[in-house]
Design a protein around this ligand. Structure first.
Ligand SMILES: *Cc1c(COP(=O)(O)O)cnc(C)c1O
Length: 381
């Protein structure tokens, strides 16, 4: 079956006892142990819960993976994955323009257990080879990166990493499984913050790991149950509900983002727009090859820095200033003082996260209203 059909139906085959059209919320912690066992196999909801099983089945289907595991947050998914795959002395190679929380867990949690990490501009395939160490176990990729929306060549990275026996993990949160298929391109593991596009309504926190290697799956599943960072049934149900409209939402996110990017690119108060769908993006060709469309995230540089951002903010009515992304409503943020404030200023300036940079998560409102809102606010900048 195709994507939109799977988004709506994958997982519901598990729920045929009463004929409910949507999977119910199994708000329970423990299950009767029948003698003989009825075969449903549920014991205790940390280990498995039917609503979570339906979500995991759906997530696996969307990422074209044999297995998926759901977690209480994107960071819970990432941390559990690291704990299950790495040992003391192992090394992670990561692109530098990385989600801040991921970098924080690498440097401030995993480092305490003797796991090292190296960061570099992962956009040029020639830069990888020399950075591998004997114990590099994971190459960690985000693409497009956050907030600079640079594109990393997943298939190219997979080739180099596999020649060093390292696993490739792709954080596919910015694209969602609708727009980018890392496992098809050779990645080994996909992670998501389901808080973003998969949930899609800014009303839950969740995460997921998808993979096809059964041995690795058993390890991560063991850690999921052992460490216990699992989502509750209600949150699983909300993600399942969000996923049903993923395809139609993403269509609108992409078409709105393109219109917003084109509007900003022609504006005198804007010095540069970064959107993979614009031909001015330095990696537009790779983006076309690797992604089915260009997503809902747009970054741009305002002429005038911090003061201009503050003025812009005062006059916006539709865009909400907030962290996070991927919901139906448009959000706007200033990475250097918000999402990336914990990155030291010299490092921010070196990689291009300067005070003039603004990031927007373009929602699914009417594009005309989004453009009018930006247009009015920019007049005051
Ligand atoms: C939000 C986000 C995370 C973390 O997910 P939470 O659900 O907030 O824990 C990880 N990676 C990316 C790319 C994100 O945007």
């Amino acid at each position: 079956m195709r994507f939109s059909t799977r988004a709506i139906h994958a997982g519901d085959e598990l729920e045929n006892r009463t004929g409910t059209v949507v999977v119910p919320i199994y708000q329970v912690s423990t299950f009767k142990q029948s003698q003989p066992d009825t075969g449903a196999g549920y014991v205790y909801s940390r280990t498995a819960n039917p609503t979570r099983t339906a979500l995991e089945s759906c997530l696996a289907s969307l990422e074209e993976a044999d297995h998926a595991l759901a977690f209480a947050s994107g960071m819970a998914a990432i941390t559990t994955l690291l704990l299950s795959l790495l040992n003391q002395g192992d090394h992670i190679l990561a692109v530098e323009d990385l989600y801040g929380g991921t970098r924080r867990v690498f440097t401030r949690v995993m480092q305490n257990f003797g796991v090292e990490s190296t960061y570099f501009d992962g956009t040029n395939l020639r830069d990888y080879e020399a950075r591998f160490k004997p114990r590099t176990k994971i190459v960690w990729v985000e693409t497009p990166t956050n907030p600079l929306l640079q594109i990393v060549d997943i298939a190219g990275v997979a080739k180099v990493a596999h020649s060093h026996n390292a696993l490739v993990v792709v954080d596919n949160t910015f694209m969602s499984p609708y727009l980018q298929h890392p496992l098809r391109l050779g990645a080994d593991i996909v992670v998501h913050s389901t808080t973003k596009y998969l949930g899609g309504h800014s009303d839950l926190i969740g995460g997921a790991v998808m993979l096809s290697d059964s041995k690795l799956y058993e390890k991560v599943q063991f850690a999921q149950n052992a460490a216990g960072a699992v989502p509750g049934p209600m949150d699983c149900w909300l993600v399942l509900r969000g996923i049903k409209t993923l395809a139609v939402r993403l269509e609108r996110h992409c078409s709105n983002a393109k219109k917003v990017a084109e509007f900003l690119a022609g504006h005198v108060k804007v010095s540069r727009v970064i959107y993979p769908g614009l031909t001015s993006h330095p990696q537009h060709d790779l983006a076309r090859k690797q992604m089915d469309d260009f997503g809902g995230m747009v970054s741009f540089h305002l002429k005038g820095g911090l003061h201009s951002w503050q003025e812009l903010l005062k006059h916006l009515k539709v865009f909400t200033p907030a962290e996070s992304l991927g919901g139906v409503e448009s959000l706007i943020e200033h990475p250097s003082s918000m999402t990336h404030a914990s990155v030291p200023k010299e490092e921010r300036d070196r990689i291009g996260v300067t005070d003039s940079l603004i990031r927007v998560s373009v929602g699914i409102e009417d594009a005309e209203d989004l453009i009018a809102d930006l247009s009015t606010a920019l007049e005051h900048v």
